[in-house]
Design a protein around this ligand. Sequence first.
Ligand SMILES: Cc1cc2nc3c(=O)[nH]c(=O)nc-3n(C[C@H](O)[C@H](O)[C@H](O)COP(=O)(O)O)c2cc1C
Ligand code: SF4
Length: 433
Amino acid sequence: MAKKILTRNVDFTDQCRIAAAEKRGAYTAVRKALTMTSEALIAEVKASGLRGRGGAGFPTGMKWGFVPRNIGKPVFLLNNADESEPGTFKDRVLLERDPHLVIEGMIIAGLALGAKWSAFYIRGEYAYPAFQIQNAVKEAYEKGYLGKNIFGSGIEFNIVVHRGAGAYICGEETALIESLEGNKGQPRLKPPFPAVVGVYGSPTVVNNTETLAALPWIIENGGPAYAAIGTEKSPGTKLFSASGHLVRPGVYEIELGYSMLEFIEKDCGGIRDGRKLKAVIPGGSSVPILRAEDIANVTLDYESIRDAGSMLGSGALIAMDETTDMVDACMNLQHFYTHESCGQCTPCREGSHWVEKIIHRIADGHAVPSDLDLIRDVCSQIAGHTICPFGDAMVTPALSFLKKFPEEFEARIKTIISTSNNGGADVRSECSA
Ligand SMILES: Cc1cc2nc3c(=O)[nH]c(=O)nc-3n(C[C@H](O)[C@H](O)[C@H](O)COP(=O)(O)O)c2cc1C
Ligand code: SF4
């Protein structure tokens, strides 16, 4: 079911200007937040049940509760607008079309956390969203909504706009922090978690753009009102960026708990050219692929998608029709992960190339049956053996495509062996990983 909380104003072409945004209610919630204590704000967000929209779905209020206070160090807030996961383009709509909503959410989070400084970390390729945010931040400073004395309250809150340089890994929160500090964007070992040791060794909360944009509505209407939307464990609305072989791809805001099939058929107009749905990646390239048969009773919420064997992730639904070659699609994703490994951990740096090479030779007609086990073996030595969750993410396309569509990988190998003169024996020796 479509329900508009985050996107209620994105279709107004002047919404990016502060005067027009204010006429539609912008900066009302933050005025209310200024009358509340930090504890009351955190309690409201906890009551809302809001879960982080960056991928992991961690409860936002609980995360804020981990931040140590009064330890003689400033608290930082970072807006993760790096949005680089293949298939994910939901934050872009908010950044471009309702930047003041996002800024208001950051001020509310800043008040809850006692943070005076915050930063946007915007994906490098997002030139226009960054331009919109920069303009909106300037307008907010001019109005006195940002700066040393926000809304005449005597409270200081600042926003710095920082653009990334095109590395997917900088969306991982500790790599983002490293990059923001001016270092190479490579993840840090956790613990310590950023909430305790983040930017310049200070407590830091990293929240996704969409998470922050939900805060004005929650403060205005109360946490319980937000919790009443969606399902019990997945409250609220969520942005889905729908792409692939759909009649109407795009960004949709839906109430969590909505049927996945209805979303594909009704909201996205079904599969283009009258073809049949073959597979869905429900939450971005890092989550397992599902066959069309798997999603008959699946609803768009964290629990239902998990029970079906995948994850809601960042809400990037990629639909594939019956003409999709799963070996080719898998190879495409694998190439992305190989390219984006930061190179810090040997299993990820080396293993990503190995897996890509093996899938390549399956696709190119040089593989042997044992290559399928070889993929599984290499992946088992990557997942769980790396500094950051990128290692687990990068094995997901290979393992899940292989699990859900083994017949396509096997058929490719069989065809090759039956057409080769030597039964594949020479081919095997030619292509060690
Ligand atoms: C490889 C990788 C890339 C990520 N990219 C993003 C991203 O682009 N945007 C984002 O919000 N979170 C991303 N995350 C998740 C962040 O590390 C972090 O969990 C998130 O920003 C927390 O925000 P939330 O609690 O509001 O969800 C990524 C994680 C990994 C491992
Ligand atoms: S898992 Fe990969 S991306 Fe993450 S730190 Fe290790 S090498 Fe870098």
